[in-house]
Design a protein around this ligand. Structure first.
Ligand code: NDP
Ligand code: GDR
Length: 382
């Protein structure tokens, strides 16, 4: 039985990867942070009672800023594969917490690599580093591939640039099997609530259910190459199953504007928007409603009173969500991963948006029931 250690197991990718590795018969160790509330929602369905004999999923308290802790966990678990997914992963928040981001995302990666080296595990342990398309930043070349020069545009991306190169350096200097997966944006119903796709699918679901009036957005013109997290964790695993340690771009090769993601989410509930104005003045206005689709998607037959009136402004721009430096265009070239890893994504963007919308509509429908029964107070704004 192979043993894997996942840092960031409580995050979106950690949850999908843990599920995949358990399916493949691995023993999975994960590092979680101590928090004042439980923070394991995404992996609770995988939980195994530690009192049972030989549980295949084991969680350890730890933090990327604590090298002694990381070294001890690696020594105790003796992993065949480490997936270093833990990071302060929000680009905008990294402008508010640049030093912490550098420590956790940049030096944190060094701590993992150095622990493997110091423990003499160079020949045993393979390391996957969660690198990112944010490294490309200011456009140098499109589509972006493994050889495209980097130009990071945020404290997050700069920290990840250090992590990328220290991974390459440990591979070259110490012959570690250490690889960067340069993953473009990937989303899912498990995506953190403040990333743009999930923010949109949650808000559109709440608007559909009459729980929210409008949606405030930042830069609607940014373009992203969005895939599904489930497809992307498969690529992580494939990267560590190769003979040679190499770096790979994982992307769909299709780019879409944030505004079009908003349109696609509203289309799932039968709404079409008309966009007027420019920059901070831009608004998305409800132009038509397909009532049959609305009723089908929300299950609210006979309750169509929740449908806002035509010509209502549903989307506004709030400059608060603009970043000091933006990444305007990301589009990846997955040729190498397709040919060398045999990786093929199963989801396209339409299927991804639909899955996220169905999940969020379900979530808030359940919330409404809990509120009605007096078990929960629903936050009106976020
Ligand atoms: P999430 O933000 O959903 O998850 C991040 C994980 O890291 C969480 O488990 C979080 O714990 C943990 N974490 C954060 N800081 C620390 C710390 N100091 N010590 C220990 N654990 C910590 O990210 P994703 O799952 O989306 O992404 C996984 C990785 O891939 C990240 O490194 C991200 O930067 C990178 N990436 C993501 C892409 C994407 O589109 N999703 C694209 C390219 C790269 P907690 O739950 O307690 O917050
Ligand atoms: P990103 O993801 O910065 O690409 O990083 P995010 O979803 O936060 O932003 C994507 C684009 O949408 C624009 N945008 C908004 N973003 C947010 N969060 N909220 C808004 O209201 C909003 N309005 C417009 C942003 O300006 C940006 O252009 C993600 C993270 O998962 C990183 O960890 C990962 O490395 C990269 O993807 C690849």
């Amino acid at each position: 039985m192979k043993t894997a250690l996942i840092t960031g197991i409580t995050g979106q990718d950690g949850a999908y990867l843990a599920e995949l590795l358990l399916e493949k018969g691995y023993k999975v160790h994960g590092i979680k942070r101590r928090a004042s509330l439980f923070n394991t929602d995404r992996i609770d369905h995988l939980y195994q009672d530690p009192h049972e004999k030989d549980p295949r999923l084991v969680l350890h308290y730890g933090d990327m800023t604590d090298s002694m802790n990381l070294t001890r966990i690696i020594q105790e678990t003796q992993p065949d594969e480490i997936y270093n997914l833990a990071a302060m992963s929000h680009v905008q928040v990294s402008f508010d917490t640049p030093e912490y981001t550098a420590n956790a995302d940049g030096i944190g990666t060094l701590r993992v690599l150095e622990a493997v080296r110091l423990l003499g595990l160079e020949k045993k342990t393979k390391i996957y580093q969660a690198s990112t398309s944010e490294l490309y930043g200011l456009v140098q070349e499109v589509p972006q591939k493994e050889t495209t020069p980097f130009y990071p545009r945020s404290p997050y991306a700069v920290a990840k640039l250090y992590a990328y190169w220290i991974t390459v350096n440990y591979r070259e200097a110490y012959n570690l099997f250490a690889c960067n997966g340069i993953l473009f944006n990937h989303e899912s119903p498990l995506r953190g609530e403040t990333f743009v796709t999930r923010k949109i699918t949650r808000a559109v679901s709440k608007i559909a259910l009459g729980l929210q009036k409008d949606l405030f957005m930042g830069n609607l013109d940014a373009k992203r190459d969005w895939g599904h997290a489930k497809d992307y964790v498969m690529a992580m695993w494939l990267i560590l199953q190769q003979e040679q340690a190499e770096d790979y771009v994982i992307a769909t090769g299709v780019t879409t504007k944030v505004r079009d993601f908003v349109n696609m989410a509203f289309a799932c509930i039968g709404f079409s928007l008309r966009w007027e104005g420019q920059g901070v003045e831009e608004v998305g206005i409800l132009e038509t409603v397909d009532e049959a689709k609305f009723e089908l998607s929300t299950g609210m037959v006979g309750h169509s009173l929740n449908i806002p009136q035509l010509e209502t402004v549903l989307v506004k721009v709030d400059p608060r969500y603009f970043r000091p430096t933006e990444v305007d265009l990301l589009i990846g070239d997955p040729t190498k991963s397709k040919s060398k890893l045999g990786w093929e994504p199963e989801y396209d963007l339409k299927a991804l948006v639909e899955e996220m919308m169905v999940a969020d509509l379900n979530l808030f429908q359940k919330d409404i029931e809990l509120v009605k029964a007096g078990h929960r107070i629903l936050k009106q704004t976020e």
